[in-house]
Structure formats: structure tokens, C-alpha cells
Design a binder for this molecule. Structure first.
Ligand SMILES: NC(=O)c1ccc[n+]([C@@H]2O[C@H](COP(=O)([O-])OP(=O)(O)OC[C@H]3O[C@@H](n4cnc5c(N)ncnc54)[C@H](O)[C@@H]3O)[C@@H](O)[C@H]2O)c1
Ligand SMILES: O=C(O)C(=O)C[C@]1(C(=O)O)C=C[C@@H](O)C=C1
Length: 365
């Protein structure tokens, strides 16, 4: 049983706290600058104690998880550097950008402090403790970036503490991490916001644009609904790499424009085919970042009870569902359910069962 301090009890800190609370006996203390967040955490018993005295709490902890915005995390590490520690502590963080965090952490001189950077590759567009979920990190990649001082034993200790999240740990250095997360998280976010703003601008000419925005636009722009304050912080913390990716992107767009202007249909087909093949490959089992499930698409009609009927058929056959999502449903017209299973066996059994019951289904290739 360890004394664990979680500094920043928002979506990520709150989710980690809830997970540790549900699955371990560690003594949890929560620190946050927002008194309402602290009150909620205490009232909902997400942590055992709350404090507004970071300095005192960290000196009494065995482990500290920094779960504040990235730039605040850097500031907290700068404060930690000046504090006197009298007992060993492992400190980690969850920040989405690692460069400045790790540079600051490498300069901690105290022999008692071991810093191992962390970043769970899971989250949502929501913020705050009320959106926290104990199972948020299940099956997600969890990046660890040890400082030079951290031994294998320290890393094992931290993995052990976070084991109940059921994440998959990978060790990366800050630069590798920041380049990769730029490509698959930060830059896509920028593009999603740009697409939404482009639609907004065109709405002046075509007021019906929001009415026409269907599944595709919603899928690709979901993340534009995220917390602007967190994301502007991420962008500036990772600005050198992001700026390079914007150059790459402008080049890519220019190439696409040339294909269009020259009516080069064969090249455009090849471009789209290449993208489709790579995207389909990302979902395959064992590839990592995108959690791989076995999906089944089921056509349903927009009538009350349709969803319930499919779920109860599967439940009666003792088939457990990992996730279920209504992809598109319009009044009086067929909609599509995406049902995800953790095994191919369940996927195929559901397919056979639903086809027998007269449903039109499609298996994810
Ligand atoms: N949201 C995601 O999808 C996601 C995923 C992985 C990692 N992260 C990283 O996790 C960290 C937290 O993000 P989040 O989504 O939980 O944000 P959040 O806004 O939900 O939570 C941040 C928490 O930090 C607190 N806080 C802010 N400034 C503070 C300060 N000066 N002192 C004390 N507390 C302070 C806030 O009150 C809030 O409770 C960020 O570094 C982010 O990059 C986010
Ligand atoms: O699922 C989402 O909404 C997220 O944005 C999660 C997401 C991402 O995949 O980009 C966002 C930021 C994090 O640093 C890690 C995960």
C-alpha cells in the first residue's frame, strides 16, 4: 500500500484516481487548484484525502502523478526541483507533450526523486473530473519516458502501480514520443478544427451546411469539440514539430490540387487506395494504437426497440459486447449499428445469429 498523490484531478487525473480507488488499496490524495473539483473528488470518494498544499503533500507521498495541463506540469516540476525531499519518491506525469517536461525533469537534483514521464494514449473531447472514468485506459497504449536516473526497477515499480489500468506500456524517449504524437494526435486535431472553421465560413454562402453535415463530417471533426485551453497548450508545447507537419501538409495539399487540376484520375485513385490500405491495416489486431476489436455492422430500422432487440438476442446467446454505436440513423430509414467484440468467435457467432433472425449484417474485413 503506497501513498499516492494525484496533482490535477481532471479527466485524466480523475480517471487514474478512480481506477486506483476501485482496484487497489493505495492511500490516495488529490490536489487541484479548483476547490469544486476537490469537493467533488472527496464527495464521490474518488480519493481518500484532498489538499490545496502541493508542497506538503508531495513530500509525504511515495508516488506522485502530475495530471495538470502540460505547461502547468512543467511549472510544477520546476517547483519540485527546489523542494527538500527526505524519502524516496517516484514522480510521473500524463502530459501529451514530453519535450519540455522531460528536460525539466532531467534537471531534478534530489537523489530521492525519480522521474518517469508518462502519457496514456486515451482520452476524450470532454474535460474535468465529472467526465472521469475508471476504465478509460483499458487496452490503451501508455507511453513511459524514463529519465536517465530511473532504473529498470523504478520502471517496474511504476508499471506495477498502474497495472490496474490494463494499459499496454511502451517506453519511448521524449523526441520519439513528440514526433509520433504530433503525427497521430496533435496535427489531426489542428486539421479537425480547420475543417470545422472552413465549414463555418462557407455557411455564410450556404446556410444549409449544418443540415447537410452527416456521418463523415461528424466522424472526422469530433475532436474539434475538445477543450481549447488544453489543446492550445499542447500545440505551443510541440510547436517546432507541428510547424514542420504544417509544411508537409501544405505540400500534400498542393500535390492533390495538381492531380485535380490535371484531371489525373489514375493518380488520385492510387492516392486514395494507398490511404485506405494503410488505414485498414491500423485496425488489425496487435497493431497497437487504435484498439482492435472485431466489428459487425447491422442494419436496423429507426423504430423504438430495434436496438434493444439486437442487444437482447446477443445477451440470450451469452455473447458479450465490447462496444455498440449507432453510426447513422435517419427518420424512417435504415440505420447502422456498429457492434464491437473482443474475439472473432463472438463476432462470427453474432453474425450467424443475426442473419438467422433476418438482419442484414456486414463483417469488418
Ligand atoms: N484529454 C485527453 O484526451 C488527454 C489524454 C491523455 C493525456 N492528456 C494530458 O493530461 C493532462 C490533463 O488533461 P485533462 O484532459 O485531464 O484536462 P482537464 O482540464 O480535464 O483537467 C486538468 C485539471 O488540472 C487542474 N489544474 C489546472 N491548472 C492547475 C494548477 N495550476 N494547479 C493545480 N491544478 C490545476 C484543473 O482544475 C483540472 O482539474 C494534460 O497534460 C493533457 O495533455 C489529456
Ligand atoms: O479520443 C480523444 O478525443 C482524444 O483526443 C484522445 C487523445 C488522442 O488520441 O489524440 C488526445 C490527447 C492525448 O494526449 C491522447 C489521446
Amino acid at each position: 500500500m503506497k501513498k499516492v498523490l494525484i496533482a490535477g484531478l481532471g479527466l485524466i487525473g480523475g480517471s487514474l484516481a478512480a481506477n486506483l480507488k476501485n482496484h487497489t488499496l493505495h492511500e490516495l490524495t488529490g490536489y487541484d487548484h479548483d476547490p469544486q473539483t476537490l469537493k467533488y473528488a472527496k464527495d464521490q470518494q474518488i480519493v481518500d484525502h484532498v489538499t490545496s498544499d502541493f508542497e506538503r503533500a508531495i513530500q509525504q507521498a511515495d508516488v506522485c502523478i502530475l495530471a495538470c495541463p502540460v505547461s502547468i506540469t512543467v511549472d510544477l516540476i520546476a517547483r519540485i526541483k527546489t523542494m527538500p525531499f527526505k524519502r524516496p519518491i517516484v514522480i510521473t506525469d500524463v502530459a501529451s507533450v514530453k519535450g519540455n517536461v522531460m528536460a525539466m525533469a532531467e534537471s531534478i537534483a534530489s537523489p530521492y526523486v525519480t522521474f518517469i514521464g508518462g502519457h496514456p494514449m486515451a482520452g476524450s473531447h470532454k474535460k474535468g473530473i465529472q467526465a472521469a472514468k475508471s476504465h478509460l485506459f483499458e487496452n490503451a497504449i501508455y507511453v513511459l519516458s524514463p529519465t536517465k536516473k530511473a532504473t529498470d526497477e523504478h520502471i517496474a515499480q511504476l508499471k506495477n502501480l498502474l497495472q490496474s489500468t490494463q494499459s499496454k506500456f511502451v517506453v519511448l524517449d521524449a523526441m520519439e514520443h513528440d514526433e509520433m504524437t504530433s503525427v497521430i494526435s496533435h496535427f489531426p486535431h489542428l486539421v479537425a478544427s480547420a475543417l470545422v472553421n472552413q465549414a463555418h465560413t462557407w455557411q455564410e454562402k450556404h446556410p444549409m451546411i449544418p443540415t447537410l453535415a452527416a456521418g463523415g463530417f461528424r466522424d472526422i471533426t469530433r475532436i474539434a469539440s475538445s477543450n481549447p485551453s488544453m489543446w492550445q497548450d499542447i500545440f505551443f508545447q510541440n510547436k517546432t514539430i507541428l510547424s514542420r507537419l504544417i509544411d508537409d501538409w501544405m505540400h500534400e495539399m498542393k500535390t492533390l490540387k495538381t492531380l485535380l487540376d490535371h484531371d489525373d484520375q489514375a493518380a488520385m485513385y492510387h492516392y486514395l487506395e494507398q490511404a485506405r490500405e494503410y488505414r485498414d491495416g491500423l485496425d488489425r489486431k496487435g497493431k497497437g494504437a487504435i484498439p482492435a476489436f472485431y466489428d459487425l455492422y447491422v442494419d436496423i430500422f429507426d423504430q423504438s426497440g430495434a436496438l434493444e432487440k439486437v442487444i437482447s438476442l446477443l445477451a440470450k446467446a451469452s455473447i458479450s459486447i465490447k462496444n455498440i454505436e449507432i453510426l447513422e440513423i435517419r427518420e424512417g430509414i435504415t440505420g447502422v449499428l456498429r457492434i464491437s467484440f473482443t474475439s472473432q468467435e463472438d463476432q462470427l457467432a453474432s453474425h450467424r445469429l443475426l442473419v438467422k433472425e433476418g438482419y442484414e449484417t456486414m463483417l469488418e474485413a
